[in-house]
Design a protein around this ligand. Structure first.
Ligand SMILES: [Fe+2]
Ligand SMILES: [Fe+2]
Length: 152
């Protein structure tokens, strides 16, 4: 997506040092930026479809991250899983009550909240394991197909 179309830019400070997880995070942010773009050109149905895509991608991302954190024996694994469950609950509740107003291109208030939730996941949630990866010498050494369980 060209920079001029991007509502919220990726920041290197969001990186956790694991390529597959950082790629997921960038893709999730891209989803929200596409929703913003659709709102800007009054394509509400496309914004709604992208929101459904975002929810599915979040689910896949959490499954991947949960598996990875278990494999590397992250000490606060359980607490981290709980934070993912809370995120999912919050997102599902939010989407159950938004009334799908986006489909009529009437509302984009939701988008600000979705950005806030996602960025909170990056900096309050996942930066918690960044230092562990660095300490265990795991940061930036993971290739996209390893270690086992981290990228499937
Ligand atoms: Fe996480
Ligand atoms: Fe994450």
């Amino acid at each position: 997506m060209p920079n001029s179309d991007v509502r919220f830019q990726w920041h290197h400070g969001f990186e956790v040092g694991h390529p597959a997880i950082d790629d997921d995070h960038k893709a999730l942010l891209d989803c929200l930026n596409r929703i913003a773009k659709y709102f800007a050109i009054s394509r509400g149905e496309d914004a709604y479809e992208e929101c459904l895509n975002f929810r599915a991608e979040i689910e896949r991302h959490f499954e991947k991250e949960n598996r990875f954190l278990r494999v590397i024996q992250f000490p606060r694994w359980q607490r981290h899983l709980t934070s993912h469950s809370k995120f999912t609950d919050h997102l599902l509740t939010y989407c159950a009550f938004c009334g799908e107003r986006c489909r009529k291109s009437q509302e984009e208030e939701c988008l600000t909240d979705l950005y806030a939730m996602l960025v909170e996941h990056f900096i309050k949630g996942d930066l918690d394991f960044k230092s562990y990866l660095e300490h265990e010498n795991l940061a930036n050494k993971q290739r996209r197909n390893g270690p086992s369980g981290s990228n499937t």
